[in-house]
Design a protein around this ligand. Structure first.
Ligand SMILES: [Zn+2]
Length: 136
């Protein structure tokens, strides 16, 4: 934990932040440690088109199931343009990233303490950060 914040402060370039960047790095298996705020409230939704079989994923910041359902009833499939998208999986973003981390054997640190300095830092990282493996 402390290591992470030291790296952030030193700005060595080995720290990345934001869900997209971190997800990409996890998939490339170049993450040393994943750092995520316990207070992040997002859901990862997998959806599928029942007409053409297209499958996609999206992260939502306001995870009310009823709202999500309505959203997907109106949304058009990017491939066949029918309104046949249905939610097939719905899970907490933390859980989703934890699975990715597990697959690549990456350490995961959940920041739950209310220490102001740490919360400010993690907030500036959009709630999700990662230390990359040193290439040396
Ligand atoms: Zn479709």
């Amino acid at each position: 934990m402390q290591l992470f914040f030291n790296e952030v402060k030193r700005n060595t370039g080995s720290v990345i932040c934001g869900e997209q960047e971190v997800r990409k790095a996890l998939q490339e298996n170049i993450v040393e440690a994943l750092v995520i705020s316990e207070y992040i409230e997002r859901v990862r939704v997998t959806y599928k088109c029942s007409a053409c079989g297209y499958e996609g994923q999206n992260t939502f910041k306001h995870p009310k199931p009823t709202i999500l359902k309505k959203f997907f009833i109106r949304k058009r499939c990017p491939r066949c343009h029918k309104t046949s998208l249905r939610i097939t999986k719905h899970q907490d973003l933390i859980e989703d990233l934890a699975q990715l981390a597990e697959q690549s054997g990456t350490e995961m640190i959940i920041v739950s303490c209310k220490a102001e300095e740490e919360q400010t830092l993690i907030h500036s990282l959009e709630g999700i950060g990662a230390i990359l493996r040193s290439s040396s």
